[in-house]
Design a protein around this ligand. Structure first.
Ligand SMILES: [Zn+2]
Ligand SMILES: [Zn+2]
Length: 349
Protein backbone atom coordinates (compact mmCIF):
# COMPACT_ATOMS: atom_id res chain seq x y z
CA UNK A 1 0.00 0.00 0.00
CA UNK A 2 0.97 3.63 -0.22
CA UNK A 3 3.42 4.32 2.57
CA UNK A 4 4.78 7.55 1.11
CA UNK A 5 4.37 10.90 2.81
CA UNK A 6 4.00 14.11 0.84
CA UNK A 7 6.04 17.12 2.00
CA UNK A 8 5.78 20.40 0.14
CA UNK A 9 9.03 22.29 -0.30
CA UNK A 10 9.92 25.84 -1.21
CA UNK A 11 13.14 25.65 -3.10
CA UNK A 12 15.86 27.98 -4.32
CA UNK A 13 15.93 30.94 -2.00
CA UNK A 14 18.36 33.42 -0.54
CA UNK A 15 18.69 34.71 3.01
CA UNK A 16 20.79 37.51 4.49
CA UNK A 17 23.72 35.05 4.37
CA UNK A 18 23.92 36.13 0.70
CA UNK A 19 21.76 38.61 -1.20
CA UNK A 20 18.37 37.85 0.37
CA UNK A 21 16.59 40.27 2.67
CA UNK A 22 15.33 37.91 5.40
CA UNK A 23 17.13 35.98 8.14
CA UNK A 24 16.75 32.21 8.32
CA UNK A 25 14.32 32.37 11.30
CA UNK A 26 12.23 34.95 9.41
CA UNK A 27 12.20 32.76 6.31
CA UNK A 28 11.22 29.71 8.36
CA UNK A 29 8.34 31.65 9.88
CA UNK A 30 7.19 32.76 6.42
CA UNK A 31 7.23 29.11 5.29
CA UNK A 32 5.18 28.06 8.29
CA UNK A 33 2.63 30.79 7.56
CA UNK A 34 2.45 29.78 3.91
CA UNK A 35 1.93 26.13 4.91
CA UNK A 36 5.17 24.82 3.38
CA UNK A 37 6.83 21.88 5.15
CA UNK A 38 10.43 22.25 3.99
CA UNK A 39 12.64 25.22 3.08
CA UNK A 40 15.56 24.44 0.76
CA UNK A 41 17.86 27.37 1.21
CA UNK A 42 20.41 28.09 -1.52
CA UNK A 43 22.52 31.10 -0.59
CA UNK A 44 25.15 32.12 -3.14
CA UNK A 45 28.41 30.26 -2.51
CA UNK A 46 27.89 29.82 1.22
CA UNK A 47 26.68 27.21 3.69
CA UNK A 48 26.76 29.80 6.49
CA UNK A 49 23.25 28.82 7.63
CA UNK A 50 24.43 25.26 8.18
CA UNK A 51 27.52 26.40 10.10
CA UNK A 52 25.39 28.73 12.22
CA UNK A 53 23.28 25.74 13.30
CA UNK A 54 20.21 27.12 11.55
CA UNK A 55 19.42 23.87 9.75
CA UNK A 56 16.63 21.91 11.39
CA UNK A 57 13.05 22.32 12.49
CA UNK A 58 11.78 25.82 13.17
CA UNK A 59 8.28 25.11 14.44
CA UNK A 60 6.48 23.24 11.65
CA UNK A 61 9.06 24.07 8.95
CA UNK A 62 12.24 22.10 8.29
CA UNK A 63 15.09 24.28 7.00
CA UNK A 64 17.80 22.55 4.94
CA UNK A 65 20.81 24.36 3.57
CA UNK A 66 22.28 23.75 0.14
CA UNK A 67 24.07 26.47 -1.77
CA UNK A 68 23.91 28.06 -5.20
CA UNK A 69 27.28 27.68 -6.83
CA UNK A 70 27.49 31.07 -8.53
CA UNK A 71 30.53 31.69 -10.69
CA UNK A 72 30.38 35.32 -11.87
CA UNK A 73 28.89 35.66 -15.33
CA UNK A 74 28.44 31.89 -15.72
CA UNK A 75 25.87 29.20 -15.06
CA UNK A 76 24.54 28.70 -11.53
CA UNK A 77 24.05 25.32 -9.89
CA UNK A 78 21.91 24.43 -6.85
CA UNK A 79 23.95 21.95 -4.82
CA UNK A 80 22.74 19.87 -1.86
CA UNK A 81 24.13 17.25 0.47
CA UNK A 82 27.57 18.83 0.89
CA UNK A 83 29.48 19.79 4.05
CA UNK A 84 31.58 22.37 2.26
CA UNK A 85 31.09 24.88 -0.50
CA UNK A 86 32.33 24.11 -4.01
CA UNK A 87 35.30 26.29 -4.91
CA UNK A 88 34.28 27.06 -8.45
CA UNK A 89 37.16 29.23 -9.56
CA UNK A 90 38.34 28.07 -12.97
CA UNK A 91 35.77 25.26 -13.20
CA UNK A 92 33.43 24.86 -16.17
CA UNK A 93 29.73 24.18 -15.44
CA UNK A 94 30.28 20.48 -16.21
CA UNK A 95 33.23 20.37 -13.78
CA UNK A 96 31.07 21.97 -11.08
CA UNK A 97 28.40 19.31 -11.59
CA UNK A 98 31.10 16.60 -11.42
CA UNK A 99 32.65 18.11 -8.27
CA UNK A 100 29.29 18.06 -6.48
CA UNK A 101 28.73 14.43 -7.49
CA UNK A 102 32.26 13.34 -6.45
CA UNK A 103 31.70 14.78 -2.98
CA UNK A 104 28.52 12.76 -2.61
CA UNK A 105 26.13 15.63 -3.25
CA UNK A 106 23.52 16.22 -5.93
CA UNK A 107 22.10 19.23 -7.62
CA UNK A 108 20.09 21.05 -10.22
CA UNK A 109 20.96 23.58 -12.90
CA UNK A 110 19.50 26.91 -11.72
CA UNK A 111 17.25 28.80 -14.16
CA UNK A 112 18.79 26.80 -17.05
CA UNK A 113 16.46 28.11 -19.73
CA UNK A 114 16.50 31.80 -18.81
CA UNK A 115 16.54 33.73 -22.05
CA UNK A 116 16.83 37.16 -20.54
CA UNK A 117 14.76 40.27 -20.86
CA UNK A 118 16.23 43.72 -21.33
CA UNK A 119 13.76 45.09 -18.85
CA UNK A 120 14.45 42.48 -16.22
CA UNK A 121 18.07 42.84 -15.16
CA UNK A 122 18.15 39.85 -12.80
CA UNK A 123 17.75 37.58 -15.75
CA UNK A 124 20.62 37.61 -18.14
CA UNK A 125 21.46 35.40 -21.05
CA UNK A 126 24.59 34.01 -19.37
CA UNK A 127 22.32 32.27 -16.86
CA UNK A 128 21.19 29.94 -19.65
CA UNK A 129 22.96 26.59 -19.32
CA UNK A 130 25.47 26.04 -22.06
CA UNK A 131 25.94 22.32 -21.42
CA UNK A 132 22.72 20.48 -20.58
CA UNK A 133 24.30 17.10 -21.31
CA UNK A 134 26.24 17.04 -18.02
CA UNK A 135 23.10 17.39 -15.87
CA UNK A 136 21.01 14.90 -13.95
CA UNK A 137 18.79 17.58 -12.40
CA UNK A 138 17.42 20.94 -13.43
CA UNK A 139 15.13 23.72 -12.35
CA UNK A 140 12.45 22.92 -14.89
CA UNK A 141 10.22 25.81 -13.90
CA UNK A 142 11.89 28.84 -12.39
CA UNK A 143 9.25 31.13 -10.98
CA UNK A 144 11.31 34.29 -11.30
CA UNK A 145 13.34 33.64 -14.45
CA UNK A 146 10.66 31.89 -16.53
CA UNK A 147 7.86 34.32 -15.72
CA UNK A 148 10.18 37.32 -15.57
CA UNK A 149 11.10 36.90 -19.20
CA UNK A 150 7.48 37.60 -20.11
CA UNK A 151 7.53 40.99 -18.41
CA UNK A 152 7.76 43.62 -21.11
CA UNK A 153 6.26 46.59 -19.38
CA UNK A 154 5.71 48.06 -15.96
CA UNK A 155 2.07 47.05 -16.32
CA UNK A 156 3.06 43.38 -16.77
CA UNK A 157 5.40 43.55 -13.80
CA UNK A 158 2.74 45.11 -11.59
CA UNK A 159 0.29 42.37 -12.61
CA UNK A 160 2.85 39.65 -11.92
CA UNK A 161 3.77 40.96 -8.48
CA UNK A 162 0.22 41.82 -7.44
CA UNK A 163 -1.46 38.59 -8.56
CA UNK A 164 0.99 35.98 -9.85
CA UNK A 165 -1.84 33.44 -9.91
CA UNK A 166 -3.55 35.54 -12.62
CA UNK A 167 -0.41 36.19 -14.62
CA UNK A 168 1.30 32.80 -14.62
CA UNK A 169 -0.12 30.18 -17.00
CA UNK A 170 2.37 27.48 -18.05
CA UNK A 171 6.09 26.85 -17.89
CA UNK A 172 7.76 27.73 -21.20
CA UNK A 173 7.17 24.97 -23.76
CA UNK A 174 10.87 25.01 -24.56
CA UNK A 175 11.76 23.88 -21.01
CA UNK A 176 9.51 20.83 -21.30
CA UNK A 177 10.78 19.89 -24.78
CA UNK A 178 14.39 20.05 -23.62
CA UNK A 179 13.59 18.00 -20.52
CA UNK A 180 11.89 15.33 -22.66
CA UNK A 181 14.89 15.24 -24.97
CA UNK A 182 17.33 14.75 -22.08
CA UNK A 183 15.14 12.13 -20.40
CA UNK A 184 15.34 9.90 -23.47
CA UNK A 185 18.88 8.86 -22.51
CA UNK A 186 18.93 9.14 -18.72
CA UNK A 187 17.04 10.22 -15.61
CA UNK A 188 16.98 14.00 -15.24
CA UNK A 189 15.10 15.21 -12.16
CA UNK A 190 12.93 18.29 -12.69
CA UNK A 191 12.13 20.69 -9.84
CA UNK A 192 10.37 24.04 -9.47
CA UNK A 193 12.32 26.89 -7.91
CA UNK A 194 11.50 30.36 -6.69
CA UNK A 195 14.79 32.26 -6.60
CA UNK A 196 13.17 34.20 -3.76
CA UNK A 197 15.07 37.10 -2.20
CA UNK A 198 11.98 38.99 -1.02
CA UNK A 199 12.78 40.88 -4.09
CA UNK A 200 12.00 44.30 -5.43
CA UNK A 201 11.63 44.20 -9.17
CA UNK A 202 13.43 46.76 -11.27
CA UNK A 203 11.61 47.45 -14.49
CA UNK A 204 12.41 50.32 -16.82
CA UNK A 205 14.41 52.10 -14.16
CA UNK A 206 11.85 51.86 -11.37
CA UNK A 207 11.78 49.52 -8.40
CA UNK A 208 8.38 48.03 -7.73
CA UNK A 209 7.06 46.83 -4.42
CA UNK A 210 8.65 43.63 -3.23
CA UNK A 211 7.01 40.24 -3.13
CA UNK A 212 7.43 38.95 0.42
CA UNK A 213 8.93 35.54 1.14
CA UNK A 214 5.57 34.42 2.39
CA UNK A 215 3.78 35.36 -0.82
CA UNK A 216 6.42 33.83 -3.02
CA UNK A 217 6.19 30.63 -0.91
CA UNK A 218 2.51 30.39 -1.79
CA UNK A 219 3.33 30.20 -5.52
CA UNK A 220 5.46 27.33 -6.75
CA UNK A 221 6.25 24.20 -4.74
CA UNK A 222 8.24 21.05 -5.25
CA UNK A 223 6.59 18.19 -3.40
CA UNK A 224 8.72 15.25 -2.29
CA UNK A 225 7.29 11.82 -1.55
CA UNK A 226 9.29 10.56 1.40
CA UNK A 227 9.54 6.95 2.48
CA UNK A 228 8.80 7.47 6.19
CA UNK A 229 7.27 9.99 8.53
CA UNK A 230 9.67 12.79 9.58
CA UNK A 231 10.85 12.24 13.16
CA UNK A 232 11.88 15.75 14.09
CA UNK A 233 15.56 14.74 13.89
CA UNK A 234 17.61 16.73 11.43
CA UNK A 235 19.84 13.97 10.04
CA UNK A 236 17.00 11.52 9.57
CA UNK A 237 14.57 14.01 8.08
CA UNK A 238 17.14 15.62 5.79
CA UNK A 239 17.97 12.21 4.37
CA UNK A 240 14.27 11.55 3.69
CA UNK A 241 13.94 14.78 1.70
CA UNK A 242 17.27 14.49 -0.10
CA UNK A 243 16.79 10.90 -1.19
CA UNK A 244 13.42 11.81 -2.74
CA UNK A 245 14.92 14.81 -4.56
CA UNK A 246 17.95 12.85 -5.67
CA UNK A 247 15.91 10.05 -7.20
CA UNK A 248 13.15 12.20 -8.70
CA UNK A 249 10.38 11.02 -6.37
CA UNK A 250 8.91 14.50 -6.56
CA UNK A 251 6.56 16.74 -8.51
CA UNK A 252 6.09 20.43 -9.18
CA UNK A 253 2.89 22.25 -8.22
CA UNK A 254 1.58 25.74 -8.93
CA UNK A 255 0.28 25.98 -5.38
CA UNK A 256 -1.31 29.44 -5.77
CA UNK A 257 -4.21 28.02 -7.80
CA UNK A 258 -4.82 24.90 -5.69
CA UNK A 259 -3.11 22.71 -3.13
CA UNK A 260 -1.69 19.61 -4.81
CA UNK A 261 -0.98 17.41 -1.79
CA UNK A 262 -2.26 13.90 -2.49
CA UNK A 263 -1.08 13.74 -6.10
CA UNK A 264 0.50 10.42 -7.10
CA UNK A 265 1.96 9.06 -10.30
CA UNK A 266 3.42 5.56 -10.55
CA UNK A 267 3.55 2.39 -12.64
CA UNK A 268 2.37 -0.96 -11.39
CA UNK A 269 2.46 -4.56 -12.64
CA UNK A 270 1.88 -8.14 -11.52
CA UNK A 271 1.43 -8.46 -7.79
CA UNK A 272 1.89 -4.94 -6.53
CA UNK A 273 5.30 -4.43 -8.14
CA UNK A 274 5.44 -0.66 -8.18
CA UNK A 275 7.65 1.98 -9.75
CA UNK A 276 7.46 5.48 -8.32
CA UNK A 277 8.37 8.72 -10.11
CA UNK A 278 12.05 8.75 -11.00
CA UNK A 279 12.10 4.93 -11.10
CA UNK A 280 13.57 3.08 -14.08
CA UNK A 281 12.70 -0.46 -15.14
CA UNK A 282 12.87 -2.72 -18.16
CA UNK A 283 10.26 -5.15 -19.41
CA UNK A 284 6.56 -4.90 -20.16
CA UNK A 285 3.25 -5.32 -18.41
CA UNK A 286 3.19 -1.94 -16.71
CA UNK A 287 0.06 0.10 -16.03
CA UNK A 288 0.45 3.80 -15.29
CA UNK A 289 -1.65 5.46 -12.62
CA UNK A 290 -2.19 9.15 -11.90
CA UNK A 291 -4.25 10.15 -8.87
CA UNK A 292 -5.31 13.65 -7.98
CA UNK A 293 -6.72 15.43 -4.95
CA UNK A 294 -9.49 16.81 -7.21
CA UNK A 295 -10.84 16.52 -10.75
CA UNK A 296 -8.62 18.19 -13.34
CA UNK A 297 -7.44 17.91 -16.94
CA UNK A 298 -4.80 15.16 -16.86
CA UNK A 299 -2.45 14.40 -19.75
CA UNK A 300 -0.18 11.39 -19.81
CA UNK A 301 2.84 11.88 -22.04
CA UNK A 302 5.16 9.28 -23.49
CA UNK A 303 8.44 10.65 -24.83
CA UNK A 304 6.87 14.11 -24.95
CA UNK A 305 3.69 13.08 -26.84
CA UNK A 306 0.25 12.97 -25.20
CA UNK A 307 -0.95 9.33 -25.20
CA UNK A 308 -3.94 9.66 -22.85
CA UNK A 309 -6.02 12.56 -21.68
CA UNK A 310 -9.08 12.90 -19.45
CA UNK A 311 -10.83 15.26 -17.10
CA UNK A 312 -10.73 13.00 -14.07
CA UNK A 313 -9.43 12.39 -10.59
CA UNK A 314 -7.77 9.08 -11.51
CA UNK A 315 -6.21 8.12 -14.82
CA UNK A 316 -5.12 4.58 -15.67
CA UNK A 317 -3.27 3.60 -18.82
CA UNK A 318 -1.55 0.42 -19.98
CA UNK A 319 1.94 1.27 -21.16
CA UNK A 320 2.41 0.39 -24.81
CA UNK A 321 6.05 -0.55 -24.63
CA UNK A 322 9.02 1.39 -23.33
CA UNK A 323 9.09 5.14 -23.00
CA UNK A 324 9.53 8.03 -20.63
CA UNK A 325 6.10 8.58 -19.12
CA UNK A 326 5.11 11.72 -17.24
CA UNK A 327 1.95 13.62 -16.33
CA UNK A 328 0.87 17.22 -16.81
CA UNK A 329 -2.23 18.45 -15.02
CA UNK A 330 -4.08 21.62 -15.91
CA UNK A 331 -6.77 23.48 -14.05
CA UNK A 332 -8.96 26.41 -15.01
CA UNK A 333 -8.40 29.23 -12.60
CA UNK A 334 -9.01 32.99 -12.79
CA UNK A 335 -10.43 32.70 -16.29
CA UNK A 336 -7.60 30.75 -17.91
CA UNK A 337 -6.23 27.26 -18.18
CA UNK A 338 -3.05 26.93 -16.14
CA UNK A 339 -0.48 24.24 -15.46
CA UNK A 340 -1.14 22.95 -11.97
CA UNK A 341 1.03 19.84 -11.58
CA UNK A 342 4.06 18.45 -13.43
CA UNK A 343 5.16 14.98 -12.39
CA UNK A 344 8.63 13.60 -12.70
CA UNK A 345 8.76 10.72 -15.19
CA UNK A 346 8.60 6.99 -14.72
CA UNK A 347 11.24 5.55 -17.07
CA UNK A 348 10.27 2.30 -18.80
CA UNK A 349 13.34 1.35 -20.83
ZN1 LIG B 1 21.23 32.25 -9.88
ZN1 LIG C 1 19.32 32.24 -6.90
Amino acid sequence: MDRLHDLSCVLHLHSTHSDGTGTVPEIARAAEQAGADVVLLTDHDTLAARRAGEEGWHGAALVLAGHEVSPPGRNHYLAFGLDEEIRHRGLTPAQIVAAVRERGGFGFAAHPFASGSGRFPRVSADMRWEDLECLDGLELWSFLADNGQRLNSIRDAVRFIARPERFVTHPPEHNLREWDRLGASRRVVGIGGLDAHQFGLRVAGRTLRAMSYRRSFEQLRTHVLVAAEPRGELDHDRELVYSALRTGRCYIAFNAIARATGFRFFAERFRGERLEMGGEAAGGGWTLHARLPRVADVRLLRDGEVVARAVTQALMHEAQGPGVYRVEVRLRSHGAERTWILSNPVYLR
